[in-house]
Design a protein around this ligand. Structure first.
Ligand code: NAD
Length: 495
């Protein structure tokens, strides 16, 4: 296993150039070892203003929005191909900064390449309509790019979640200023290096500035020159963004937190349900917005299912993501680890039964990083914090349910509404629960979307708007109606 790495340092990418900041640096550290991996710019308000101005100039000049769709498509395809070409280098850096296992990091990068490729095709399918065509009276409905967009991205899947925004923004003809999480700024700027080599992107179309969310991110949200902010992150930050974006009634997209229910019926293929349920919560150490963090098991199979589940969860290999045998990596930071362990404590204090895990791993090399055991609570009550709040760690709450109505009631008893899983062979049961749960996505006998063609987003406090699919592209487009009166008769004009 590779153990030492050269520290990489990044500037901001603004107006097609690498621009140093006077604001100092932020550090990207390997959460498995505490080692310093990257240094990026701690941007000042002036840096952000400069990036916004460059994006504004590029948009207002029309050099990007008036390009032929086929040119925008080629550029998106090239970025996607460059990710595939450099996949090994990118995979290592993503694992080092984020901690996820190499196989998951590679999967994420391939997903991003696939998303950009999808939006490369979509760029050529932006179509309007003609809802009135009556003699000389013709109405055209056309779509135009929203304008300058701030793209604010979290650390948990930094490149695939960026591709969900960058792909449709560029396909639509928008210009962008990207603001990654401080934990994963290096991998984002590494992607910018690839973008900077693509021929035909006018300067200022893609800009990226790094630094803290409260300053750098908020500058983007408050700027009168930014037309839209597309944000992925916590519901708490999403709420602040919604308030501050009102300054110029910016368009906003919010992809926020979740507390998804994973519903296992007694007629399910038990092996598939078991694998899917374990993966759904412990993939990325539970640091996924769509983690199935509430497992609902039908009472008729509760005992045997949970015995197998606990065995499978206990066998997960937790370790450094750079070790190919690792199945679950560390928590992103010490602060987040303490938060997760605080939830474990609250579950115990409120009377839930700790059936597995619950502790930080500290022996040997574990002690250098932020590792938490796969953790399972049973006998969870619906009023408990571990049932209600997003933990964003490897902590599962399990509850039995009687029937479809009971499952729907428990699943809906949350302020979130991002996604959910159903495991059953009965179409009647599946449709009843799928229609009854208030979430943006329902996965049946699978976990995660099959590809970028379908939309993703939240009901309730999980967000606003949709990403991926053509719905995700429409979020970066405005709709304009052009009403034509071709008759030369003055009688046609209303007085
Ligand atoms: P976060 O809200 O702390 O930060 C997300 C991004 O917003 C970061 O780039 C951060 O620097 C920036 N930011 C923070 N405060 C800001 C402010 N006041 N103004 C502007 N920008 C600000 O979230 P996180 O800890 O990075 O990510 C975890 C959260 O993301 C979880 O709640 C998870 O559910 C959510 N998430 C949602 C989805 C989805 O698609 N719905 C996907 C992945 C993650």
């Amino acid at each position: 296993m590779q153990t030492s790495y050269e520290l990489r340092t990044y500037s901001n990418y603004i107006g097609g150039k690498w621009v140093d900041t006077k604001g100092g640096t932020i550090e990207g550290k390997n959460p498995a070892t505490g080692e310093l991996v990257t240094k990026s710019a701690k941007s000042t308000p002036e840096d952000v203003a400069f990036a916004i101005d460059e994006a504004r100039k590029a948009f207002d000049s029309g050099t990007w929005s008036s390009k032929r769709p086929s040119d925008r498509a080629r550029i998106l395809r090239e970025i996607s191909e460059l990710i595939r070409r450099d996949i090994d280098n990118l995979t290592v850096l993503l694992t080092l900064e984020n901690g996820k296992p190499l196989a998951d990091a590679k999967g994420e990068l391939l997903n991003a390449a696939n998303v950009l490729e999808y939006y490369s095709s979509a760029a050529r399918h932006i179509v309007g309509k003609v809802p009135r065509y009556s003699g000389t009276d013709i109405s055209l409905v056309v779509h135009e790019p929203v304008g300058v967009c701030g793209l604010i991205v979290p650390w948990n899947s930094p490149i695939s979640l960026l591709s969900w925004k960058l792909g449709p923004a560029l396909a639509a003809g928008c210009t962008v200023v990207i603001k990654p999480s401080s934990h994963t700024s290096g991998i984002t700027m590494e992607l910018m290096k690839l973008v900077s080599t693509v021929q035909g992107i006018p300067p200022g179309v893609v800009n990226a500035v790094t630094g803290p969310g409260e300053s750098v991110g908020m500058e983007l949200v408050r700027s009168l020159k930014v037309d839209k902010v597309s944000f992925t992150g916590s519901t708490e930050t999403g709420r602040k963004i919604m308030e501050q974006a009102s300054v110029n009634l910016k368009k906003i997209n919010l992809e926020c937190g979740g507390k998804s229910a994973n519903v296992v019926f007694d007629d399910a293929n038990m092996e598939a349900a078991l694998r899917g349920s374990v993966w759904s919560i412990f993939r990325s150490a539970g640091q996924s917005c769509n983690a199935g963090s509430r497992l609902l098991v039908q009472e008729t199979v509760y005992g045997p299912f949970m015995r197998s589940f606990l065995q499978a969860a206990a066998a997960i290999k937790v370790g450094n993501g750079m070790d190919p045998a690792t199945e679950m990596g560390p928590i992103i930071s010490e602060g987040q680890m303490k938060r997760v362990l605080g939830y474990v404590q609250s579950g115990a204090d409120e009377g839930a039964h700790l059936s597995l895990g619950g502790r930080r791993l500290v022996d040997g090399d574990y002690g250098k990083g932020f590792f938490v055991q796969p953790t399972v609570f049973e006998e969870v009550e619906r009023g408990m914090k571990i049932f209600k709040e997003e933990i964003f760690g490897p902590v599962l709450s399990v509850l039995p349910f009687r029937d479809e109505d009971d499952a729907i009631a428990i699943a809906n008893d949350t302020s979130f509404g991002l996604a959910g899983d159903i495991w059953s062979k009965s179409l009647t049961r599946i449709m009843k629960v799928a229609q009854g749960t208030r979430t943006g996505t329902v996965w049946v006998n699978r976990h995660l979307n099959p590809g970028p063609e379908v939309p993703f987003g939240g009901y309730k406090q999980s967000g606003l708007g949709r990403e991926t699919g053509m719905e995700g592209l429409m979020e970066f487009l405005q709709t304009k109606h052009i009403s034509l009166q071709l008759s030369e008769s003055a009688d046609r004009v209303r007085r």
